[in-house]
Design a protein around this ligand. Sequence first.
Ligand code: RUB
Length: 272
Amino acid sequence: MNKQKRFNQIVKDIKEVKIQGARNIAKKALYAYSLIPTKASRKKLLSLRPTEPMLENILEMAEKGKSIKEIKKHFNAAQEKINKNVFKIIENNDVVFTHCHSTNVVNALIYAKKKGKRFEIYNTETRPLFQGRKTARELRKAGIKVTMFVDSALGVALSKEQGTEKVDKIFIGADAILKKGVINKIGSEVIAQIAKNQKIPVYIVADSWKYTPKKTPIENRKLNEVWDKAPKNIKIKNPAFEFIPKKYIEAIISELGTLSYASFLKKAKSAQ
Ligand code: RUB
């Protein structure tokens, strides 16, 4: 396959969410940019998933001359530190809740399991694209016990009801870390609100390169993801992401440490 074809294939896979999650999108887009490093390809890649500042940050770094190798190295180095920080937070017998599919979260959970922590996972299926199934499969493959809920069972999953255990902590990823809060998969704010009522700490597990001082739009996706061939007179909305105000967030676990929101912002700003 020539470079243009490979570039086009990556563009298609990101657009169709075959490549998903902020980290995977950024990594693949970086590779695509390395094939055709022009302003036009940067523009094209940025247009694919508008709620992804890490994508924007790394393409900007690449354009300013930071080597692709160096940027790639960051992803793994950051993940290793995140794994160690998450390991310290998980306690034996914890019930940990997660939503959607976050590579930063999944990798850290698998690391904790490999290093001997005993815990189980509750997760959501994550309509409309069911990224929760990917999470469940990957965690189960690593030997972690997983219980999946439909999204509308959040209230049950997050409280001790109908045979469920009390959730001890919540780990969710982030697409964007902003001054006043975090953007993550739709449903994340409801999760954070219920968690607040139930006194369950919400940890954002994310690479600090997801931080941006810029205004970040929420991506609205195709309506047929919700209801293919829906009757014409029914209005459908399909926002992919949601803003979680910082007041709901216990800490941000990144390669910079496990930090309060304010400390994270301070460190992330000086690290960029
Ligand atoms: C994925 C999602 C993830 C973040 C972080 O949404 O919301 O929680 O992107 O993921 P989508 P990661 O499936 O629509 O891309 O930790 O992999 O960067």
